[in-house]
Design a binder for this molecule. Sequence first.
Ligand SMILES: [Fe+2]
Length: 281
Amino acid sequence: MSLVYAKNDWYAIAAADEMTLGQQRQTLLLGTPLTVTATDEGVVVRDDQGKTYPYQIKFDHVWTALGDAPRALFDIPEGDEPGRRCVPCGVVRVKCSPLRAVENFLDIAHFPFVHTDILGAEPHTEVEPYKVEIREEQDEVWATKVRFFQPKAAKSAGSGITTEYEYRVPAPTVAVLYKTCPPKPEAQDVIAIFVQPRGEEECDVWPWMALYDDESSFEELVQFQQEIFLQDRSILENQLPHRLPLDPKMEIPTRADMTSVAYRRWLKKRGALYGAMTEVA
Ligand SMILES: [Fe+2]
């Protein structure tokens, strides 16, 4: 059942600018081996039996869905704003549930301990109360009014600032973060992760950013994000159980994890259980 549900979501499976004509990329999505080929007519996504699947290019990535009735792909309108730099940040393979990767991205409390002196620092470990809601109309999880002190919030940040965050989960394996933009206070930087579930306990994470930053080079921006995601990877691969428990009794959430509680509840209600654990093993 969980696989049928998961098959009708769209997933990033390749960076669009890496698909040169004739090039083939082998990958794995929801346990299905796929070949992705760039042709004169566009991208062809095919499985081992020769069955082809739809694709679309969005947010600098190639997206596909394996099911017969895919849901609509969400939008990130900021990506189309003139003046923003859209930066695909490569891929990080992580041996963990795709849902764990999203949950970790939503967790603010780990910043001072995992991303020390970059996204957080002791003694600034307190997470102030913020607002979490499930927006029924859009069917998305949102956390707003999240405030946190960060020594180096972005590549473009000169010194420590109190950063304001908003988190958005528009699909079970996608998280979007809106945060204070150091060189342009009236705007927000956008940082997203598109998680490709290879299986229930392994995923490829495609970070993507849409920023106002004229100073940093493309390589510097990618390097900054890669460094952060590599710090997360070691934490994620050591988390037990490997699948995300959806029963609140199985892991005791703290106040800082309100977003995680809402995310788990939302997944359960939707029946988005691929990569989840619903009973004690
Ligand atoms: Fe992290």
